[in-house]
Design a protein around this ligand. Sequence first.
Ligand code: GLU
Length: 485
Amino acid sequence: MTEIVTRFAPSPTGFMHIGNLRTALYAWLLARAGNGKFIVRIEDTDQVRLVEGAVDVILQTLRQTGLNYDEGPGIGGPNGPYVQSERKEIYRKYAEELVAKGHAYYCFCTAERLQQLHDESDGVGGYDRHCRNLSADEVATHLANGEPYVIRQKIPLEGVTSYVDEVFGEISMENKEMQDQILLKADGYPTYNFAHVVDDYLMGVTHVVRGSEYLTSTPKYVLLYDAFGWPRPHYVHLPLLMGQNEDGKISKLSKRHGAVSFQDLLQAGYLPQAIVNYIALLGWCPKDCNQEIFTLEELCKIFSIEGISKSPSVFDYGKLNWFNSEYIKQMPEQTCAERIVPLLRQKCPAPGLCLDKLAALLHTRVCTFNEATEMVDFVAERLPLDLAAYTNKKNKTTPELCRQILAEVQPKLAACQDWQNDALFALLKAYAEASGIKAGAVMWAVRIAVARKLVTPGGATELMEVFGKEESLSRIEQALQELGD
Ligand code: GLU
């Protein structure tokens, strides 16, 4: 069996869209699952659309997600260079070979003529194959005159071209539906349509993994393989990636749905491993297994083309939150604290707060680190409090009862020397037993007084430890004043 060779071939036209990352991941997994090779190639032949810094973003994303490559920019390899703009002469040679074989031709049509054709057909007619049958002499004359030209693919006028996609099955297209597409542009650069075919062949790519937007242009590409006499690669087109609109309908995943680039998701507080784990399942699912949390190594072992789905996948931010919270929970407490404490310090700069303790409380409760800062508004400031918060059905509390509890525990807390959760808990518990008031009611009164918020990460005594003795007692004093006599 030949070795599996896959590639990721991004165009450096901007940020790293989640769809591109998924393509890279699936191509990587397919190679790794088969002990094959994974190549990275930068497709920068559309010089107009290049964005500075985009290549760095792509390579950095691959590093951050652990998608290591065997050949590509920065590391080289036997099939380099791996940046298409550095391979210009290769494409010219192959384009000319196709002309010689009768599968491509020189086209000298001017931009004005093409524009006129376009306008006359309301933009749907395409190229009229005007130069397809120029004689060798005519071509030579145009070339001798130094006229600019492109090289076009000579698509057969009749018949049908078919190929079998590993995910979508047989795809067929009538040859008469296809345009004589440009292979080599007037500026000497190849088009994507041509360059990727030549490169995939020369680099020994066995499986072309990419988005399904290329599904219907692939017949033109297989015609190129056939024309050169090269074996066709396997095609693995991935399902569309969609987002859910406000009205519940779905459309192609875009910024209107939320963060759609890997960098934006990192900014929003998601962990690279959680993002990778989630998108691995966005269009693929393991056979006979309900597991959802996978390391890359585990994915490599079980990834297979059969698990890739045809139907569009909808990016679900709620699900990503779930994955992220699971990854945060799995982190050692110390690592998590290192990430959360600096964020907390920015939001809650007051001295005396035990932010390590607060981070520990948030560890199992947040979906993203950014969310942690949203959850600690009550630590950063004393929030306005409606006295109705002291009424709690389950614990049978009323503002009056809470006032009594607070007044009675205040001196005990003031005398407490060991301001830690366990000791504080024991103190309040002992008070509850001695006074005959339910422990739940005591905890409620104290937590509301100290936190001034109904829902908080952590209970009364944990939060008192976070606030420290002085601030906790001061908040209880304020609560007593608000509750009145
Ligand atoms: N450069 C193309 C893109 O970024 C690659 C498509 C392919 O993988 O063939 O869409």
